[in-house]
Design a protein around this ligand. Sequence first.
Ligand code: SAM
Length: 239
Amino acid sequence: MNNKTERLIELGNQAGIDLEVNQSELLIGYMERLLEMNKKINLTRITDEEEFIKLHLLDSLTLLKLIENKNATILDVGTGGGFPGIPLAILLENAEITLMDSTKKKLNVVQAIAEELKINNIKILHGRAEELGQNDNYREKYQIVTSRAVANLTLLSEYCLPLTQVGGHFLSMKGRDYQEELLAAEKPIDILGAKLLKVEPGLLLQNDYLHVIINMKKIKATPKQFPRLNGKIKKEVFP
Ligand code: SAM
């Protein structure tokens, strides 16, 4: 076990996230390869390893406490460099994690690293959430949908809730000043067929939470007109 692997386990312990040695090694292996690739293609602005461990790896893993079904079908919308999807795939070996993004070259890198590290429980899905949400192959097919740093909560709810199964959850990671966004998204969330369950604290860093996790449950089917295409979502206010 090297220093980075030990450090991740130690910081995980402090954050209440138990990591086995092989899980920590895989997470560190992913970090090292992603940072190497980051020199050629822009995947993350976080290049310091200690920061990466906290702000990417552990932050992503805070979602675990909200995922009861460890075999769930999970979709990570706007995964970018694979967050939170890849750390979840490493910890939830029996879950099937689909990593979706509109940028193919990012997905190619994530897929190549995952193959190299034999992270086999992931699928790659290239496309825009608002288009895939109108495709019957993906619409209401996922038990858990996750998203971090992709859009404001109203827009994100229209991206993610149509893809969430009825009875499933949409877990949105948001900054601490989420209240205004949540207030604006209340009516859209209701129209899209979900209800807000709880806002959970995420990773505690220097006495403050990095993110909160907004936990919504899908309680009825999303009306067919949603999601609207991106131009309409952005231009027209929610009906
Ligand atoms: N979730 C990652 C994280 O937290 O590190 C990446 C965040 S990055 C700031 C936002 C990502 O969302 C980008 O990779 C972008 O291509 C993707 N994205 C933005 N809008 C999208 C959409 N409508 N459908 C799919 N992906 C989208």
